[in-house]
Design a protein around this ligand. Sequence first.
Ligand code: COA
Length: 146
Amino acid sequence: MHSDPRACAHNPSDALATRAEAAGLFTYWDEHWRSHGFGYYVVRRLAAPGTLGFCGVKFTTFRDRRILNLFYRLAPAAWGDGVAGEAATAVVAWAVEHLPGHPVVARVRPENVASQRVATRAGLVHAGHLDGRGLDGFDRIYVTSW
Ligand SMILES: CC(C)(COP(=O)(O)OP(=O)(O)OC[C@H]1O[C@@H](n2cnc3c(N)ncnc32)[C@H](O)[C@@H]1OP(=O)(O)O)[C@@H](O)C(=O)NCCC(=O)NCCS
């Protein structure tokens, strides 16, 4: 999924080229789970095998604040079914209830309209005063609170 150019079109810095890089990313994500008891989940349908993608929150620092970075990426075959919106809504509801002291933040490229829709559906709002340069260019910033 992370080596599919379609799934990384808006965030090329996330693209993985080798299995070793994927293993490294897994280790990085898994360390967060071990340290904090939450992180990025696998997204799948209850009644069907197979991974549709990933969605979750992870601590990071943004604008000198400790925030929860909201992440979602699905395999292109799973796009358009409302799965990302459903997963992000569940994750954000959990974060707001269990980690209320930390804003949930989604950093989205302006052209990534689907991602902006997902962030909005999950309850985040665009905070224009926080927009600015990110890893892959200009980012629009969506937050639960600030
Ligand atoms: C962003 C992503 C997770 C959305 O997945 P999805 O399964 O299409 O999302 P959903 O089906 O829940 O729908 C998202 C919304 O965007 C809309 N949408 C989907 N594709 C769109 C497009 N190309 N242009 C405009 N709107 C679009 C849908 O109609 C839906 O709108 P609604 O909430 O008003 O009904 C998926 O495209 C993806 O994995 N992209 C690659 C990774 C990525 O960009 N992650 C986000 C990084 S910030």
